[in-house]
Write a protein that binds this ligand. Structure first.
Ligand SMILES: [Zn+2]
Ligand SMILES: [Zn+2]
Length: 139
């Protein structure tokens, strides 16, 4: 079992939940992946019934393991920063494509400056950029 799965197990145990096989499978399907729709996630876990995938995602959201990316009225799911490398997204409003990017040190400096300027202590941050991707810009 790799480190992130151990981390998941500890995180869940602390909250009073056990790491069952279906939960582990849902986690594995989200690991090192682009944000996924519920539909794709269900397809990626054929051995688990739909209802328990929904329940697992709801639990993961509550425990801060999974987060939603809202894209218009739809959403995609991904692991939170605690379980994946910190990154941000460019989201296409037309086709729903999500492009991940790492932030530059300049961007971090800027965020810290804004926080300090407002006497604000940053705990975490998310940055969502919405627009049109290269292929959707063409038509
Ligand atoms: Zn960031
Ligand atoms: Zn697009």
């Amino acid at each position: 079992m790799d480190r992130s799965k151990n981390q998941l197990r500890q995180h869940m145990q602390k909250a009073g939940h056990s790491l069952t096989k279906p939960r582990l499978a849902v986690f594995a399907a989200l690991q090192d992946q682009e944000p996924q729709t519920m539909r794709r996630l269900i397809a990626a876990c054929p051995s688990i019934d739909r209802a328990s995938i929904y329940r697992t995602i709801a639990l993961f959201e509550k425990l801060g393991i999974v987060q939603r990316l809202q894209i218009g009225w739809k959403y995609k799911l991904e692991l939170t920063d605690s379980f994946s490398r910190h990154h941000h997204h460019l989201t296409c409003l037309k086709c729903g494509r999500v492009i991940a990017f790492d932030e530059s040190t300049e961007l971090i400096k800027e965020l810290r400056w804004v926080a300090a300027h407002n006497r604000f202590k940053i705990r975490s941050h998310q940055l969502e950029i919405q627009g049109l991707c290269e292929s959707c810009r063409k038509d």
